[in-house]
Design a protein around this ligand. Structure first.
Ligand code: NAD
Ligand code: ZN
Length: 347
């Protein structure tokens, strides 16, 4: 399957694409940050376009914002031969893609991911959609963008915390894949990463997995490594209030440590590899204090993961680096043990 991802110089990629197609109109979807930092890098490559601006943030990834996008397209007379360019992180890409795919039963759209997370994760695999109340990504569809253009230059203005968060997905991709990817990562520090190379490799890993299992009936589940416990920890901190919120990648980093700990216990994951991975993750993310009073809530949140079957908690554990085992059952006591292990690293 062609995932339509191009990596290179953004101006060249946009011009090449526009020359090949005759669109009736072009709109660029931005938020206040990408309008300021990213639009100047692309505006000269598009002759004539409208800007559709939304407010940044996951809290705006909803149907109300979609309504504003659909309304703008309607008010400006966009027909079925128009193009929507989604310039931003995963929020803009998921929501803009969803709006384009449903406007007049679908117009063309290009995603230009501008965060590391959206480059290596959200831009590949065709998952589009928005949140619905408290349900994340509840309304949406699978649809491959007409083009995805990745240029690491955008990362120069991305806040370092966001960059670090996206890097967790890079680590995840490397750990679930056989080959040299993990060794390449662990041999450099986060600060000295060569982002174009890292993105290239990480996108290739996800593309290969998605190509084999587009609708997530089997293999694609391995991408949830670190996410069963990670998501629960992310939700727990969010419940404590917006000021307590931790970033997705920070939570996934903890989730990977906990799930690897269980991989050692249950699948004999190599202890030396485990120690090395834990040391690298902690060097990159530091240690986040999880209050003991939160453990039971985190465990119950693991139980609510929509990927579970019945009332069993399922996670992706690793037999070794590159050998993920999906649908591995973990119970409450094991999760408690893993979180306690992580918390003791602090002492
Ligand atoms: N479709 C998928 O397969 C998939 C996979 C993973 C995550 N996601 C989704 O992605 C979203 C998270 O994406 P994200 O982490 O990119 O967050 P985001 O889109 O909220 O972007 C993070 C912040 O960075 C700002 N920003 C973006 N690019 C910038 C730049 N170059 N310079 C300065 N600021 C910039 C944004 O305005 C925003 O404030 C979630 O909604 C998640 O559900 C989707
Ligand atoms: Zn993730």
């Amino acid at each position: 399957m062609d995932n339509k991802v191009a990596i290179g110089d953004i101006r060249v990629m946009i011009s090449d694409f526009l020359i090949k197609h005759a669109f009736s109109k072009v709109a660029v979807l931005v938020d206040e940050n990408t309008e300021k930092h990213c639009l100047p890098l692309v505006n000269k490559s598009i002759d004539d376009f409208d800007i559709i601006k939304i407010e940044s943030g996951e809290e705006n990834k909803n149907l109300t914002t979609c309504q504003h996008i659909w309304q703008s397209l309607t008010d400006n007379g966009y027909d079925r031969h128009a193009l929507l360019i989604n310039l931003g992180g995963g929020v803009i890409g998921d929501m803009g893609g969803f709006c384009a795919s449903t406007y007049k039963r679908g117009i063309a759209f290009m995603n230009i991911p501008t965060t590391l997370l959206s480059m290596v994760d959200a831009s590949v695999g065709g998952k589009l959609g928005v949140d619905f109340g408290t349900y994340k990504n509840h309304i949406g569809l699978f649809q491959i963008p007409n083009q995805v253009c990745i240029d690491a230059t955008f990362l120069e203005t991305l806040p370092e915390k966001e960059l670090r968060s996206g890097f967790a997905e890079v680590i995840k991709h490397a750990l679930i894949t056989e080959g040299n990817d993990w060794n390449n990562i662990v041999s450099s520090s986060f600060e000295s990463m060569e982002w174009s190379t890292v993105i290239d490799k990480s996108v290739a890993i996800k593309s290969k997995i998605v190509a084999k299992d587009f609708k997530e009936s089997g293999l694609r589940k391995i991408l949830n490594f670190g996410h069963t416990i990670g998501h629960a920890i992310e939700s727990y901190f969010l419940e404590q209030g917006v000021d307590q919120k931790i970033l997705h990648g920070e939570a996934v980093a903890i989730g990977m440590i906990c799930e690897l700990y269980l991989s050692c216990k249950k699948l004999n994951f190599d202890q030396a590899d485990f120690d090395k991975i834990v040391a690298y993750i902690i060097k990159t993310y530091g240690l986040i204090d999880i209050p003991e009073s939160g453990y039971s809530m985190i465990i119950s949140l693991c139980g609510q993961d929509k990927k579970n079957a019945g009332n069993k908690i399922q996670a992706v554990l690793l037999k070794s680096i590159g050998i993920p085992i999906t649908d591995s059952e973990i119970d409450s006591e094991e999760i408690l043990d893993a979180i306690s292990y992580y918390s003791k690293l602090n002492i």
